[in-house]
Design a protein around this ligand. Structure first.
Ligand code: SAM
Ligand code: SF4
Length: 381
């Protein structure tokens, strides 16, 4: 039996599973839309799905919503408005809730952004990836450099002072200078937040079947170090492996994942983690959009459900918490896992001896070395 003093903060993830086209590097649950997307039906399904989950979180307030995908910006502002009104009617939302929506630059125009804002979205996350035409082509993106620039400008013009740009580096045949040029262009657009991911080759993607020529490890290492320096000089603090923000603009929704908070997940393939008396449950929804549409809100719409074992709880807590550069208060371990921190006394001592973490009763933090060799550090747990 796990021992919780209070349930952790609660977020809500909403998955929209369609894109204009499937990118060759992407292993998200996203599907090229053939013809019109069934927006109305899908919003209805999402609300039914939420209703079925509600008894798991009675009385708890939601402090962030993330509408991700796929490409949520494919949906009309009217559909997003109907979705958010439906959520408001069913769930207590925090007064200053963060509501993020992911957008693809190939699917935006100013009016659309204004509509999302009027619907209650207060943070946009724009998938730019690169500003270089040749790289965008290699990545199979549906937009060019100009649209990427315009999307950021439209976000600002629509009143979003809080927007994020997603960038990737280590792209096919990318030089260090090209990666830096992308970062400088992004910084020039003055987003409040930047997510910068190294391109990884994922199973079940076109890039896995036909791998492109990627820069070698030394180059990607140099890219990473130099773009970090560039971002720091421009006032973006790295607060997680891939996340950089101006002070006060850290993404609350993602921080909740990394601090092992709770979240509901509605939509095709969405995952949830819920802390209840004495246990942590993970559940997920059917992955295929058509199956989901048919069965959302009924027991058949649940893809599966697990009670997490103590071992998994400890590993997942560490895997997430150690991603946060600033570290965490040590008491968070007991609060979120329901276990005393003494259960990890041995690996904590080992990690400390190897110079990978610093910790005491107040705080627990990866050192620079620990952060660099995060996989080795997490393995200890
Ligand atoms: C769901 S997508 C963002 C929104 C929208 N679908 C788009 O692509 O414009 C989330 C982000 O994950 C990153 N990503 C996806 N696949 C990746 C991979 N194989 N390696 C590194 N980053 C990846 C991209 O930066 C992408 O913008
Ligand atoms: S990267 Fe974004 S746009 Fe491309 S397939 Fe994945 S979710 Fe869709």
């Amino acid at each position: 039996m796990l021992n919780f003093t209070a349930p952790p903060p609660l977020s809500l993830y909403v998955h929209i599973p369609w894109c204009v086209r499937k990118c060759p590097y992407c292993d998200f649950n996203s599907h090229a839309a053939r013809g019109a997307v069934p927006e109305q039906e899908y919003v209805d399904a999402l609300l039914r799905d939420l209703e079925q989950d509600l008894p798991r979180v009675w009385g708890r307030t939601v402090h962030s919503i993330f509408i991700g995908g796929g490409t949520p910006s494919l949906f009309s502002p009217e559909s997003i408005e109907r979705l958010l009104s439906g959520l408001r009617a069913r769930l207590p939302l925090d007064q200053d809730i963060e509501i993020t929506l992911e957008a693809n630059p190939g699917t935006v125009e100013l009016e659309r952004f204004e509509g999302f804002r009027a619907a209650g979205v207060n943070r946009l996350s724009i998938g730019v990836q690169s500003f270089e035409p040749e790289k965008l082509k290699a990545l199979g993106r549906i937009h060019g450099r100009e649209e990427a620039l315009r999307a950021a400008e439209a976000a600002r013009a629509a009143g979003f002072d809080n927007f994020n740009l997603d960038l990737m580096f280590g792209l096919p045949q990318q030089s260090v200078e090209q990666a830096l040029a992308d970062i400088r262009t992004a910084i020039g657009l003055e987003p409040a937040h930047l997510s910068v991911y190294q391109l990884t080759i994922e199973l079940n993607t076109l890039f896995h079947a036909r791998p492109p020529a990627l820069p070698d490890d030394d180059s990607t290492w140099e890219m990473q170090n130099r773009l970090q320096a560039e971002l720091a000089a421009a006032g973006y603090r790295q607060y997680e492996i891939s996340a950089y923000a101006k002070a006060g603009y850290e993404c609350r929704h993602n921080l909740n994942y990394w601090k092992f908070g709770d979240y509901l997940g509605i939509g095709a393939g969405a995952h949830a983690k819920i802390t209840d008396t004495g246990a942590i449950t993970r559940l997920w929804k059917l992955k295929q959009p058509n199956d989901y549409l048919r069965s959302a809100g009924t027991p058949a719409g649940i893809g599966g459900e697990d009670k997490l074992t103590r071992e998994i709880i400890v590993t997942e807590f560490m895997m997430n918490a150690l991603r946060i550069t600033a570290g965490i208060p040590s008491r968070l371990f007991a609060e979120r896992t329901g276990l005393p921190i003494s259960v990890v006394a041995r690996p904590l001592e080992q990690a400390e001896r190897r110079g990978l973490i610093t910790w005491d009763m107040e705080s627990l933090r990866p050192t620079d070395t620990g952060f660099r060799y995060l996989n080795n550090l997490v393995e200890l747990f």
